[in-house]
Design a protein around this ligand. Structure first.
Ligand code: NI
Ligand code: MN
Length: 225
């Protein structure tokens, strides 16, 4: 399986069978995106919440590729009302899709769309694909239940925000890694805008000081996982 980082919270997963899953595809208007929306294709899109920097180009891509958008109930209803295919889920629930399992977790944040609609609770998401568990935390502050999340689902790759202001900053994110105990921690949601400037290498060093592994992905970098 391949994991590609587009910057901010946006990722592309390509499964061993060649299915493409996007997470929070914020490309247009993202000053750090290395790609244009025309270059990105999807079979599935997973959304953590409705903020513009996460909903991103989801509906543009869905319009073009006819992909399925997976989100918590209120956000999925919003997307379905706009005419796109959506699969409604909610926090604590998992579902086995053709490509693997998706389970939503809590996240402490907000969830309003760019056109002003509140679309339920924000979420994190655990994707279990090709024998690996990937936990994308979405936007969230630190919470102690990350320990429970890691106990219930041993996490291989934890993708977690470090940019502060709207989410965890570096020190809270390091604590999140300690609680969740993933094999690898990947920092996200930083340096997209000045207000969330953070040094990913400081995060990496602090995670390594715990005896844990961290990888700082470059914008557009793809790794085999
Ligand atoms: Ni947000
Ligand atoms: Mn955000």
């Amino acid at each position: 399986m391949k994991l590609k980082y587009f910057s901010h919270s946006a990722f592309q997963i390509t499964t061993n069978e060649g299915k493409v899953i996007l997470i929070d595809p914020y490309i247009t208007g993202n000053p750090t995106s290395p790609v244009k929306v025309e270059d990105v294709h999807a079979d599935y899109i997973v959304l953590t919440h409705g903020h513009g920097d996460h909903l991103g180009d989801a509906m543009t891509i869905a319009e073009r590729d006819n992909c399925l958008i997976i989100a918590v109930n209120e956000l999925a209803d919003y997307i379905a009302a706009k005419g796109y295919n959506a699969h409604n889920m909610h926090i604590g629930g998992g579902y086995n899709f053709e490509f693997g399992r998706v389970k939503f977790t809590i996240a402490h944040h907000g969830s309003k769309t760019p056109d002003g609609e509140y679309v339920g609770e924000p979420a994190g998401v655990i994707l279990s694909i090709d024998g690996k568990n990937i936990y994308h935390c979405g936007d969230t502050g630190l919470f102690y239940d990350m320990k429970l999340i890691g106990e219930m689902t041993p996490i291989d790759y934890m993708l977690l925000p470090i940019g502060d202001n709207f989410t965890m900053g570096i020190d809270d994110a390091v604590k999140a890694v300690e609680l969740t105990n993933p094999k690898v921690a990947i920092p996200i949601h930083y340096n997209t805008f000045p207000v969330i400037n953070a040094d990913p290498n400081e995060f990496k060093q602090k995670v390594e000081a715990l005896g844990k592994k961290s990888i700082v992905l470059k914008y557009g970098e793809e790794i085999e996982i």
